[in-house]
Design a protein around this ligand. Structure first.
Ligand SMILES: Nc1ncnc2c1ncn2[C@@H]1O[C@H](COP(=O)(O)OP(=O)(O)OP(=O)(O)O)[C@@H](O)[C@H]1O
Ligand SMILES: [Mg+2]
Length: 253
């Protein structure tokens, strides 16, 4: 297996020996996984490799059959998405996150556990907090009052990420963040990922697009048939080697 140097200190998220089966299918077999604060990890693999299953384990949507999960060194059981949120883990899916007919501010605060309390916040306060986060992340949108239906794919993705940040995320999982985006929009989202990393967040990006992976990712973790088969430091590898690991050709193991 190719190896990559790990950052120093405690991983923000550490998983050991994760197993998950669906009937006879071993979607994840003895998978270890780690991501550190201030790092972007690319999770890659062919269709059916187990990427989404692993993300579901981390986000509390589909807890594992067995294995250990530690968040900042503390053992945890991520039994639901609410538990994940409480642990500072947020997942941004390509299309599911936003309500088209609501404006940007409403989307930023929608679905929060404390939403009913938030309703009593003055609109202006929500707007200010929303604006603050968008400004910190340098997200450019026409207006906070634009319905998200009127935004570009890149802007929508940025709003979904900003929403995770407003929930005080410490680990952000991005499932195919640039699929279906144009060149300029992809640029916008990749820049945003870099800014999140610079702010010390731990980021996991699932992507089939190796060009994107090589642009923003620090380490690449490769799954094949439910097993972690390789880990690369992007600075010292090539797309060809990563593809070989994905497909099981010579360099993979
Ligand atoms: N809910 C489920 N019920 C049964 N089998 C499942 C379920 N979810 C995933 N699987 C199986 O587990 C394996 C891993 O699937 P997973 O969705 O994690 O792959 P993936 O790496 O995300 O693939 P893709 O790139 O196509 O999204 C596959 O064999 C899949 O058929
Ligand atoms: Mg998937």
């Amino acid at each position: 297996m190719s190896s990559a140097a790990l950052p120093h200190g405690e991983p923000r998220l550490l998983m050991r020996g994760i197993h998950k089966s669906f009937g006879a299918v071993h979607a994840l077999s003895n998978v270890d996984f780690e991501v550190y604060g201030g790092e972007v990890v690319g999770l890659v693999g062919d269709n059916g490799a187990g990427k989404s299953t692993l993300i579901k384990v981390i986000s509390g949507v589909g807890p594992p059959d067995s294995g250990e999960i530690l968040v900042e060194g503390q053992p945890v059981k991520i039994t639901s998405p609410q538990v994940a949120t409480r642990l500072g883990i947020e997942t941004v899916y390509q299309d599911l996150a936003l309500c088209d007919n609501l404006d940007v501010v409403a989307n930023l605060f929608l679905g929060r556990e404390e939403f009913s309390a938030m309703r009593f916040l003055k609109e202006i306060e929500m707007e200010q907090r929303g604006l603050e986060v968008l400004r910190t992340l340098d997200v450019k949108i026409p207006s906070l009052r634009s319905p998200v239906a009127s935004l570009s794919g890149g802007q929508r993705q940025s709003i979904a990420v900003s929403k995770a940040i407003l929930r005080n995320a410490r680990v952000v999982l991005l499932d195919e963040p640039t699929a279906a985006l144009g060149v300029a929009q992809t640029r916008q989202v990749l820049d945003l990922i870099c800014r999140l990393r610079d702010q010390g967040l731990a980021i996991v990006v699932i992507s089939h697009n190796l060009a994107d992976v090589f642009e923003v990712v620090d380490r690449v973790i490769v799954l094949r048939l439910g097993r972690r088969v390789a880990t690369f430091d992007v600075k010292s590898t090539t797309p060809e080697r990563v593809i070989a690991a994905i497909t099981g050709a010579e360099f993979g193991e």
